[in-house]
Write a protein that binds this ligand. Sequence first.
Ligand code: TA6
Length: 301
Amino acid sequence: MTLADLTTRFALDGQLRFVEGPGGLLFAEIDNHLGTASLCLQGAHVTTFRPKDQDEPVIWLSEHAKFAPAKSIRGGAPICWPWFGPHATESSFPGHGFARTVMWEVTDTAALESGETRLALSLVESEQTRAQWPCASRVSLEVTVGATLTMTLSSTNLGSTPMQIGEALHTYFQIGDIAAIRVLGLEGSEYVDKVEGGVRKSETGAVTFADEVDRVYLNTEATCRIEDSRLGRRIVVAKRGSRSTVLWTPWRDKADKMGDFGDDGWRRMVCVESANALDNVVSVAPGQTHEMQVEYRAESL
Ligand code: TA6
C-alpha cells in the first residue's frame, strides 16, 4: 500500500499519520494527549514511545540505528517470530526469525474513547517467509498508545497439525545508566546463562549489571520492574501469554563490535524481553490462536 493509500484509509485526524522515514521506510506516527509513539511498517517495529508525563522516552532507539529494507533496527521493540535466537536446524535462516525484517500491512486504526490510539497490523507472507516457515499461519500485532504502551502479538494456526513457535518482544528500554539500575521480579527463577555457554542457574535477588548479560529466564510470568535511580523512575513490564523473560545488555566490547550503538549508547538501554523461548516454546493447536501481550508504563520512584 502506498503512503497516499495508507493516509486515505487509516490516518486519524490529529493523532495518527503516515510518513516516509529514513531509508525510504514507512512509519506510523502517533501523537495523542497521553503519549507519542512511532512504528515502522517493516517489522511492525515500534521504534519510539514516550508517555506525555515523561521527559525521557520509555523505549530506547539507538542514535546510530540503521534504517534499510530487510535490515533489523537497533532499538525499539523488535518482534522475534516464529523462532527466538538461531533457527533450530537451519543456520542460514535469520536469527530471531523473519518477522522483524519483512513488511506488515495495516489492517485497522482507531481513536479510542480513553484518548488512546490503536493500530493493528498483519505480517505479509511472501515466497521468502513461506520457504522459512511452511506452516499455514497468521500473525498480527495490535498496538495501543496512551500513557501505557500495550502490544498484543497473536499467532493463529491455520493448518491441520500443531505449530511450534518461539517469540519475543525484544524491547530496548531507555535508562539513565546500565550500572545504576536493578531489575526486580525474577527472584527465584531458573535461567539459561548464554554468556556462560548455556549453563542453568537460579536467580537469587534483584539483577544488577556490571558486564555483558544475556539470560533467558524460564517459567516466569511475573511482572518485571526496572528501577532507575538516575532517572528517578521505575518502568513496569507486565505481560500475559509469555513464560520466558530475556535480559540483555551487550556491555562495551560487544556493543562496539555490533557497530550500531555509537560510543556509549549501550549504557542508556537494557532489554527486558517478554518471550516464549527454549523450554517455553508454544504449541498452537490447529485452528487456535496464541496471544502474547505486554504493557509498559513508567512511574516515579
Ligand atoms: O535477546 C538477546 C539476544 O538474543 C542476544 O544474544 C543478542 O545478540 C541480541 O539478542 C541482539 O540480537 P540482534 O540479532 O538484534 O543483533
